[in-house]
Design a protein around this ligand. Structure first.
Ligand code: UFG
Length: 340
């Protein structure tokens, strides 16, 4: 079992929760993050939440190969979890070069530095957005991929690169995890999602409405072919995502080569169902208005989560009520995020 894990993007939303999970299970954790979209305050909160310090944290951009190589030279890294990436779909349309440079270029730089230091285990942060506008749900790992925006194409490109590298370096072990919609927060209230500016995603937006930072949610379309007409997603508690990464590390040695897994719950929730659940969890009704569809949105994305269940004997355990309760606790205790 890997003992020292290097986590790129370890101060970000999913990265920080994964660091807590790893620390809580005895791993040594080294973080690399350039803080392009994360707060250094998250690092202190990781240690406080886990009750144990990180082995080290470096403000390094993964594309900076000499700096990254120095980190690998300083620590005996057993496995890498690679989160560091840009992740806003809309922004990726306006900034495709930046997205390819960071997401694809960063992955290539990491792979070359891992090779230089003979590190052979990688868990890669992929996305269900690679499936695009799904014709049939639930989505299995064998469902056709058809990304509809530059962000999703960077993730699929990375998966393809990883396949090619695994074909060449036959002792490499790679797990690519396609997350559905990670939401929620650590139940301790210190760690959560802290988006810069206006949140792109529905859950942090709803949380900011509940706390009074924003007037009302805009529901992007109610004429989708779904039960109530609003978009359906497979929301997954960020602590289940974090746990999934820990379990992935336990299984990364199962075989060599590249494997792809969905990380979802298998349950679809509409925007209006989410609004109702958050209102219940916070005790504050969420005002909303229905507006036009958001360009590029799809009707429904729900995982078939059976592959990880079979391969790892593991399933998610936290439901929508827990996701809303924990997101609300973080928002209420930190109304302005980590700057609070
Ligand atoms: N939505 C609203 N109002 C908002 C924001 C979102 O109604 O203000 C709706 C969307 O139309 C969609 C649902 O809420 O139906 C979820 O939208 P999110 O923006 O929260 O999430 P997405 O499914 O669009 O995308 C997210 C991440 C991507 C990632 C994708 C799949 O933003 O990075 O999940 O992994 F690629």
């Amino acid at each position: 079992m890997p003992e020292t894990v290097l986590v790129t993007g370890g101060a970000g939303f999913i990265g920080s929760h994964t660091c807590v999970e790893l620390l809580a299970h005895g791993y040594e954790v080294v973080v690399v993050d350039n803080h392009a979209n994360s707060s250094p305050h998250a690092l202190e909160r990781i240690a406080k939440t886990a009750g144990r310090p990180l082995a080290a944290a470096y403000q390094v951009d993964v594309r900076d190969r000499p700096a990254l190589s120095r980190v690998f030279a300083t620590h005996q890294v057993d496995a890498v979890i690679h989160f560091a990436a840009h992740k806003a779909v809309g922004e990726s349309v306006a900034l495709p070069v930046e997205y390819y440079d960071t997401n694809v270029g960063g992955t290539c730089a990491l792979l070359s530095v891992m090779h230089e230091h003979a590190v052979r285990r990688l868990v890669f942060s992929s996305s269900c957005s690679v499936y695009g506008d799904a014709r049939t749900v639930p989505l299995t790992e064998q469902s056709p991929v058809a990304p509809t925006n530059p962000y999703a194409r960077t993730k699929l490109t990375c998966e393809r690169i990883l396949e090619d590298v695994c074909a060449h370096l036959t002792d490499l072990k790679v797990l690519a995890l396609r997350y559905f919609n990670p939401v929620g927060a650590h139940p301790g209230g210190l760690l959560g999602e802290d988006p810069q500016g206006v949140p792109n995603n529905v859950m942090p937006y709803v949380a900011q409405v509940a706390v009074g930072r924003r007037e009302r949610l805009s529901v992007f379309g109610d004429d989708y072919p779904t039960p109530d007409g609003t978009g359906v997603r497979d929301y997954i508690h960020v602590m289940d995502v974090a746990e999934g990464h820990r379990v992935a590390l336990q299984h990364v040695d199962d075989r060599t080569g590249m494997r792809v897994f969905n990380l979802g719950t298998g349950t679809g929730t509409s925007v209006l169902q989410l609004v109702a659940a958050f209102g219940e969890a916070s005790g504050r009704p969420i005002p909303y208005q229905v507006v036009d569809r958001r360009p590029g949105d799809v009707a429904e994305l729900v995982a078939d989560a059976s592959a990880v269940a079979e391969a790892w004997n593991w399933t998610t355990t936290r439901d929508l009520a827990a996701m809303c309760r924990d997101a609300w606790r973080f928002q209420e205790l930190n109304p302005h995020g980590y700057a609070s």
